[in-house]
Design a protein around this ligand. Structure first.
Ligand SMILES: [Zn+2]
Length: 501
């Protein structure tokens, strides 16, 4: 007898919400795929593509509902959540007639909306109330920067997290999460998710998996999995610091078919390791002056000045100019900087290559530290800003292979002190995670002496291989390294490093 195909609802909702930046993230900023449109992701580098490929390999009958994703940015408008919910509930209700075996979700885990500090937890709670979903197995994939809550764990069975930051394994972990769900369904088994957390919030700069504490925690998580066959996955969530919600910060989950208390004890061990290395939550890095001193000791580039305060992948606007200004005032030559500024692009658009104009660059977002920089610039080139990733495994690939910076102008500026910079002005902020951002504009980033990088960790996969050196600077901005400088009001207390523990 032929096995009956498992009927699985597939959906996704992905946003990392920075609650300290002004402005709302509305429907217009989301890429929305409905029903069969989800198959548009098939074959690309995204988590959704990984989920679909593995679903096909297991012969699932895919019941596509809705997938919405947007770049990290400010508070999400309630209309986004309600639109997602309406479409999901409608699909679930329709498909419940034929039975629903499972629900597979591609979620970030750190989404905050105007009226809900735990969007994923709230949606999972609601899903359980839908016809056909009460007993369905619920699993999928989450970003390791998710702020995971007790509610999320209670209303799901088998989510797994990315294990790498930079996220080179998003698609692979999505596939793994499908295998896990399929295994449970095939065996007629269920699993529960156990959740634990230490009182700890890490700034993004401390969440790379190549170094402590994440490297230690990931290694210990794999040991726990190896020692306990009934624990199907141990997930280490570094968390996302810039969401002022009760559950911001680090957490751990275990997916287990065995004794939840045994799994909980293992997770408590992870919490102890995390707290033993809590000093990583304190700011590291140099003042801008110190970093510029170091840069000037180099004779060969590229040297990276990494500016986590304006971390685009963390929700910052990518329009701060303090580093570029510092480099130009020091008379440093051959600097490369990408600044998001649609207004400057529009103003410069009529210029032909070689023409010059005085323009205010960046600093228009209104975030802490935003200050326009007035420069006379020479137009080098213009483009539509579309590019294809050169590294299909780059951190950016979780969002697909094709990216769009919007109308883009490359300009050159010099300073009276003898400094010079090539500035890539884009209309849509674009995190520095793939060198095609430059090469698509006819520029080889290897040729720069200094590159200003607006990221914390995610740039490393692309930029470390070409960098001669890399300096992290502590400058003002919405993704400031020093969490104690941020006006937290809703996070649980006490929590390190906001409180002494
Ligand atoms: Zn992430």
């Amino acid at each position: 007898m032929q096995a009956v195909a498992k009927r699985i609802l597939i959906a996704g909702l992905s946003h990392e919400t920075h609650t300290f930046v002004p402005g709302k993230t509305t429907l217009a900023q989301f890429r929305t795929l409905r029903g069969d449109e989800l198959w548009q992701a098939d074959g690309d580098a995204s988590c959704l593509a990984g989920g679909l490929a593995a679903a096909r390999a297991h012969g699932w009958q895919v019941l596509p509902a809705i997938h919405m994703s947007a770049q990290p940015s400010g508070m999400v408008a309630d209309e986004v959540i309600e639109q997602w919910w309406e479409a999901f509930a409608e699909t679930a209700t329709r498909e419940s007639v034929g039975g629903i075996d499972g629900v597979w979700l591609d979620m970030h885990g750190a989404m905050v909306s105007e009226s809900c500090p735990d969007v994923e937890g709230e949606l999972l709670r609601r899903i359980r109330t839908l016809p056909g979903c009460k007993d369905a197995l619920i699993g999928g994939v989450l970003d390791l920067h998710g702020n995971i809550t007790a509610q999320m764990a209670a209303h799901s069975n088998a989510f797994v997290a990315y294990r790498r930051n930079p996220h080179t394994d998003g698609k692979a972990m999505a596939e793994f999460s499908v295998h896990l769900l399929d295994d449970l369904l095939t065996g007629g088994r269920t699993a529960v998710t156990v959740w634990e957390r230490p009182p700890l919030i890490l700034p993004p700069t401390a969440t790379g998996t190549a170094s402590a504490p994440m490297a230690l925690l990931e290694a210990r998580a794999r040991e726990i999995e190896a020692a306990h066959p009934e624990i199907l996955a141990v997930n280490v969530f570094a968390g996302f610091a810039y969401a002022d919600v009760p559950d911001a910060g680090m957490s751990f989950t275990a997916v287990t078919t065995g004794d939840p208390e045994a799994a909980r004890r293992e997770l408590q061990g992870l919490s102890e390791i995390a707290m033993a290395h809590k000093q990583h939550a304190l700011p590291t890095g140099l003042s801008l002056d110190e970093a510029l001193d170091r840069v000037q000791r180099h004779t060969e580039g590229p040297v990276l000045i990494v500016e986590p305060a304006d971390n685009i992948g963390g929700g910052a606007p990518g329009d701060l100019t303090v580093v570029l200004k510092g480099l130009l005032e020091r008379g440093i030559r051959n600097v490369g900087a990408a600044i998001a500024d649609p207004e400057a692009v529009r103003e410069l658009w009529p210029l032909h290559p070689g023409e010059r104009k005085r323009v205010r660059i960046g600093g228009k977002s209104g975030v802490v530290g935003a200050q326009p920089l007035e420069l006379e610039v020479e137009m080098i080139s213009k483009s539509d800003g579309k590019f294809t990733l050169e590294d299909p495994h780059s951190h950016m690939a979780v969002g697909g292979l094709h990216h769009d910076m919007g109308p883009t102008a490359v300009v050159r500026a010099t300073s009276p002190q003898g400094g010079s910079a090539t500035i890539l002005l884009n209309s849509i902020k674009t995190a520095p995670m793939d060198l095609a951002q430059w090469r698509s504009q006819g520029i080889n980033p290897e040729d720069f002496f200094v590159i200003n990088i607006k990221a914390a960790v995610a740039h490393r996969q692309a930029y470390d291989p070409i960098a001669k050196a890399s300096y992290v600077v502590n400058t003002p901005g919405p993704c400031a390294n020093d969490l104690r400088a941020l006006p937290f009001r809703h996070v649980r207390r006490p929590v390190y490093p906001l409180d002494e523990l």
